[in-house]
Write a new protein. Structure first.
Length: 362
């Protein structure tokens, strides 16, 4: 998606909006919406070329003062086009580097090389471009890989933030245990690990519930079809598919789990869980580890090694055997969300970056 600002007015260039309420909210705010058919998850030369042409024509038409793209394809294509069109303020945001950088499998080697080369060219340091990242690890990775240099104006923000008035605190249920995972069904999110850990726990504690929310994602990292079939059977976890509002499901859970492998900015599902006072279990991986406060007396959850099913099951069992920690960790997480991830604080920082002609603060 891209946001284009013209004389204090906002236009967005976005994939198809399927939720009427989202479209109504944008309309109420006076935001002009231009839709496209970009597939951000798959390689499609035809759709990418169509997208590039449409975006070029749109930029030439409305002549934006500020151009704000995020996620990989919009950042790459959008930044290149905006630079070509001499947009004065180009502020791309990467919400995580994903397997484009951190997956070591050879099967995606060519795709990663192409992506990194295009990204390096699109983010070439100049007076117009300021890069926004959501964690310092991504900044270090981009520096070490040569994608950016110290000459780039680069800023790090605390994720996308979370609206603490929308995601209200509720005391978790500590007597009837229920674990929840919210994620697209791709390997990098740790879907298999969650499923296998749930099987281990249910062998000892058959009354513990496990739920999974998220769409099956037809991209290069989609989970295997056999695993998807097993999940849909509902014998181990209750698969709810994609939902319009996650709040009732978070409220009904005891703890939220995300054993992601790598490449998160700061996972929104964990921020929402923290805001509602839920303990979390997540991986000691880029982005995910930002959500856990381990300071003395303020622990908000557990970090586990990536791809470690046994460690995940052990932390789940900890909450089963120590239900009081579910409540205390959840309260600490809510406090941490207020301190670091309040959307109003994050938005003020974002607006500063979009408006200011400053040196980087990363």
């Amino acid at each position: 998606m891209e946001a284009l600002l013209v004389n204090n007015k906002v236009a967005v260039f976005t994939p198809k909006i399927h939720q009427d309420e989202v479209r109504d909210q944008l309309d109420a705010m006076g935001v002009s919406v231009y839709e496209n058919n970009l597939d951000g998850s798959n390689v499609s030369i035809f759709s990418d070329v169509v997208y590039i042409i449409k975006l070029y024509k749109l930029i030439k038409q409305i002549k934006p003062d500020v151009f704000f793209p995020y996620t990989f394809k919009p950042v790459i294509y959008g930044s290149l086009i905006a630079n070509y069109c001499n947009v004065n303020n180009i502020s791309p945001m990467l919400t995580g580097l994903g397997y484009n950088f951190l997956d070591q499998s050879k099967s995606k080697g060519l795709l990663k090389k192409i992506t990194q080369t295009l990204l390096k060219y699109s983010l070439k340091a100049n007076h117009r471009t300021r890069l926004i990242l959501q964690n310092k690890d991504d900044y270090n990775t981009l520096i070490q890989s040569g994608i950016i240099s110290k000459k780039n104006k680069t800023f790090v923000v605390n994720g996308s933030g979370v609206d603490l008035s929308h995601y209200e605190y509720s005391k978790p249920k500590a007597n009837t245990l229920s674990f929840l995972m919210i994620a697209r069904l791709i390997n990098a999110k740790g879907i298999k690990e969650y499923y296998e850990a749930a099987k281990l726990i249910r062998q000892k504690y058959p009354d513990v519930k496990f739920k999974l929310i998220g769409p099956y994602d037809h991209n290069v990292d989609a989970i295997h079809s056999d695993l998807y079939k097993e999940i849909k059977l509902g014998l181990v976890i209750d698969y709810l598919g994609e939902v319009d509002d996650v709040r009732p499901h978070i409220k009904d859970s005891s703890a939220v789990v995300l054993p992601s492998y790598y490449g998160e900015g700061v996972p929104r599902s964990l921020l929402e869980a923290m805001a509602m006072g839920r303990a979390i279990i997540t991986s000691d991986s880029v982005g995910c580890k930002e959500t856990i406060d381990l300071t003395n007396g303020h622990q908000s959850g557990f970090l586990i090694p990536i791809k470690n099913i046994q460690a995940l099951a052990e932390k789940m069992q900890h909450f089963i055997l120590n239900p009081s920690d579910i409540i205390s960790f959840g309260r600490n997480g809510r406090d941490y969300a207020f301190e670091k991830f309040d959307v109003h604080k994050v938005n003020r920082h974002m607006l500063y970056i979009l408006e200011a002609n400053t040196v980087s603060i990363a």
